[in-house]
Design a protein around this ligand. Sequence first.
Ligand code: GDP
Ligand code: MG
Length: 177
Amino acid sequence: YGEFNQKIDYVFKVVLIGDSAVGKSQLLARFARNEFSIDSKATIGVEFQTRTLNIDQKTIKAQIWDTAGQERYRAVTSAYYRGAVGAMLVYDITKRQSFDHVARWLEELRSHADRNIVIMLIGNKSDLGSLRAVPTEDAKEFAQRENLFFMETSALEATNVESAFMTVLSDIYRITS
Ligand code: GDP
Ligand code: MG
């Protein structure tokens, strides 16, 4: 995870969106720093975190943007979406409402972001299987219909987090290069 003084070939901006408390900030902490904190406070001040990685022998700086508690409908500004080439649209598999709002987030994303933006639908908190309120199949169907990637993740257990981000970044790279 160390960032060396190396030549950066590409910078990819990826935004995290979705209802409050679904685990966006913890997914970012897991991906950028391999950390998780149980009582994560609302992210204040920090706009994005970066992680430098290699794809196809190119050095890519992933710049991942996190909402600072502006998840109320339409409160995320267009500056947040500007220049984004990827998006992680997150819901909580134990909160039906957070999944019901996904269509709204998608609409907002598509009205602000670039037409070719790569989108991953993420059902987070897969470690809480006994409290599941959103069947995997429902999300899978939605993602297929809307042409999104889809994965269930656990930021807590570090399940599929790396894979979700790498899938999006690789697809962005494929489109860009
Ligand atoms: P955000 O508002 O979307 O940024 O959500 P946070 O990242 O702040 O997480 C909200 C709450 O859910 C916090 O109490 C986290 O510890 C918890 N949380 C986040 N990810 C997971 C996960 O994968 N599993 C479980 N069990 N809890 C999680
Ligand atoms: Mg947050």
